[in-house]
Design a binder for this molecule. Structure first.
Ligand code: FSA
Length: 438
């Protein structure tokens, strides 16, 4: 029966958007859910959320997202998600050398936090080195010209562990998982003609099987255009560097509880992970795209491990400066576990949560995390339930299917207000890697 809770539903992608959707569907009584992922395990190496941690900060320049992230924060505090949320606070600054654009962005975030009825009481202004050291005594660098604010409401999430934890819950609830290159790679969505265009019948996988479904949900992030070519250039695979420092037990212990240390012009880092003693850092920048000259579409490079093991030299310089300003004893430590993390970027940084046009409402696309999606992990699936509701339509204009009139390969990260720096083609930084080996 159409629309029944017994519908076979296929979710492609066991990342943050896919798993959250499976969770909400199960909680809503759907009983026949199958999730596919090319990776051998969850967390999948293909998921942007397969990462030590992600920032959980509700203040946004746009009040809509601020309130949404506050809703997500409440969900992070529930028993299912609480083990993965750490409220360390968010020390959000610019250094004295920051360009005006970075300072302006900081001001907008600060205003969003200071003027919000829930957030305001958690915010402390930071105008000097000693103000900063009151919130994070471990920062013994000069903190040259650093200023901004501290928000005690905020923290970070352990994203890989959160994916793993929810995956286990879903397995226990009877969600089926097909993982790995052969059984988990979905090659195509199968359609049949219907009175309103076409309608899906399921998906095919690399091992030659057909899996029947009444509803197919594509949650493949930066790879959205591979299965739904109509996405075209509206989703741009874009990446940012991630690097880590391997600390000792004592160093991890000494840094326990530090907030996220963020300079909008340089980058940010997190409290070290007590299990692995890894301290994760990310530089700020316009990101890297991988545009196919013929199609104009940017997709993550293949094979996936091509993005692992290097850090562009500009990014390394930013991270070393960030450490010199804040924790100089670590400034010259080797970086380990270096990689690029590929996101699904959209021109306005809005998510895409909608039906694929002309699919008779049988295919849904979830994409466009734009580098700020993981904080919503606990609630993404509720947006899918809303789509399945009586209206069967996305009522939020910003999350609708985007038209394909975006200039190909434009690397619009340059114009996203909260980023500083220009977008570079991935092939140009790979060239640097080859040179650096000589
Ligand atoms: O929601 C957040 O504050 C995450 S920002 C992380 C980041 O690396 C950005 O700094 C970058 O500009 C890009 O959007 C990817 O995500």
């Amino acid at each position: 029966m159409a629309g029944s809770r017994q519908w076979p539903i296929v979710i492609v992608g066991a990342g943050a958007f896919g798993l959250s959707t499976a969770l909400h569907l199960i909680q809503d009584g759907y009983t026949n859910i199958t999730v596919f992922d090319r990776g051998d395990e969850v967390p999948s190496p293909y998921s942007a959320a397969n990462d030590l941690n992600k920032i959980m900060r509700p203040e946004y320049e746009d009040p809509f997202y601020t309130n949404l992230a506050i809703e997500a924060m409440a969900a992070w505090k529930t028993p299912l998600f609480a083990p993965y949320f750490h409220r360390t606070g968010f020390l959000h600054c610019v250094s004295g050398k920051a360009e005006q654009r970075a300072k302006d962005t900081l001001q907008r975030f600060r205003k969003a936090a200071e003027s919000h009825p829930i957030l305001s009481k958690f915010v402390v202004p930071l105008s000097s080195r000693s103000d900063i050291q009151e919130q994070a005594w471990q920062l013994d660098g000069d903190l040259p010209g650093w200023h901004g604010y501290f928000n005690r409401f905020d923290g970070y999430t352990h994203s890989a562990d959160a994916l793993r934890g929810i995956y286990r819950v879903l397995q226990g609830c009877g969600v089926r998982f097909f993982l790995g290159e052969s059984v988990g790679t979905v090659n195509s969505i199968v359609y049949e003609q219907s009175p309103n265009g076409k309608r899906t019948k399921g998906v095919t996988t690399k091992d030659g099987k057909i899996h029947a479904a009444e509803l197919v949900i594509i949650a493949t992030g930066a790879k959205a255009a591979s299965l739904v070519p109509e996405v075209g250039t509206t989703v741009e695979a874009k990446s940012w560097s991630v690097a880590h420092i391997q600390l000792t037990d004592e160093e991890t212990s000494a840094l326990r509880g530090i907030p996220i240390i963020y300079a909008r012009d340089l980058g940010f880092y997190f409290e070290p992970d007590p299990k692995t003693n890894l301290l994760k850092l990310c530089p700020m920048g316009g990101g890297y795209i991988n545009t196919n000259k013929e199609t104009g579409i940017s997709l993550p490079p293949e094979p996936m491990n091509a993005s692992v093991g290097f850090l562009p030299k500009e990014d390394e310089a930013k991270l070393r400066e960030l450490l010199r300003h804040t924790l100089p004893a670590l400034a010259d430590r080797p970086f380990v576990k270096k990689s690029l993390c590929w996101f699904a970027d959209t021109v306005g940084s809005h998510f895409i949560i909608d039906y694929v046009p002309n699919s008779s409402k049988s295919v849904i696309i979830l994409s466009g995390d734009s580098g700020h999606g993981f904080k919503m992990f606990p609630i993404v699936g509720s947006w899918v339930l809303a789509l399945l509701g009586p209206q069967k339509a996305q009522s939020n204009e910003q999350w609708k299917w985007k038209s394909s009139k975006v200039k190909a390969g434009s690397g619009w990260g340059d114009v996203v207000s909260w980023r500083v720096g220009t977008t570079t083609e991935y092939k140009d930084i790979r060239r640097f890697k080859a040179e650096s080996k000589l």
